[in-house]
Design a protein around this ligand. Sequence first.
Ligand code: BGC
Ligand code: MN
Length: 337
Amino acid sequence: MSPLVCFGRHRFFLHWNRRLFFVLIFVIAILNVILFLFIFTYTSAKLVTLEDMSKHLVPARTNLELQYNKKIKLCDLMPTFVNSFMPYPNLTVSGSYLKLLQSKLNIELGGVWQPSECISQHHVAIIVPYRDRLSHLQIFIAYMHPFLQLQKLSYQIFIIEQSDKRPFNRGKLFNVGFTEAEKLSDFPCYIFHDVDLIPQNLYNVYGCTQLPRHMSSYIDVFDYKLPYDVIFGGAVAILKDQFLCANGFSNNFFGWGGEDDDFYNRVTRNGTRICRYEYSVSKYIMLSHKKEKPSEDRYFFLQTGGDRFKVDGLNSLKYSVLQIDKRPLYTRILVDL
Ligand code: BGC
Ligand code: MN
């Protein structure tokens, strides 16, 4: 074998080894992209466009049965609006204005309402945890009733007020609201809502979608941007069965922060995805307040949440109701946690 041939072969193999090497790198890169896309698609929130929204909304079965018996027409699952963008909320709501609203809007004692001209396809409990924010409560109530009525919903507003002086426990108050609302009516759909959030678009229908929905995605104080991809705080809509399956919220998050992230983990633990309505629909205003001091043990509870979700939640909930008040525009439940 002449050295020249040997050299040539060597170059030939080197050439092929190099080619193989690049092909391998290329294949690995492609596989990575596919894996990334797969993980991204199945772990991130599903964005629901305006056109698709009515396909995603779940009608309340009991209301459909009611319609069958009464032979009254059903309201639209998703009504249409000529102008769906709401005017800015009235920030100076007086007691007399609220009284006027109550008689004008035909709201039943306890903040209960349903349309009279058709049977709503939604039956929703709106649960609002509360302490010491009277002006927000008044603005919220005055804004939400007309908003929900334009959407032709059957609904009830619950204000769950923490009476004790321990740090505020948003998650536990939601659990109390759910448990108490269940005693009053068979709500298939729950909305867990902060008192300082005001929805801006009427197409943001306050009913439940097949997937648990993060409603308050784009808030003015966050420049109408999602602070992070899996944020699940503010306002959330979830079917009763999905809430039961998650064992509700954790009862352990006293103080600001983390309970909503823990709730996200609970809801998505079995592979369930959450969804969001498109940008223009899920815009919110946050009423101004000073920033709460974040709780220090929230990271601990968040990290260890996975071990506890079966024993910490609706099935371990302990509280004492001090008063249930059917007020003209909402049901107020005063509770000691
Ligand atoms: C907290 C959440 C909160 C979010 C947005 C997070 O760091 O854990 O509870 O909703 O920030 O403010
Ligand atoms: Mn706030």
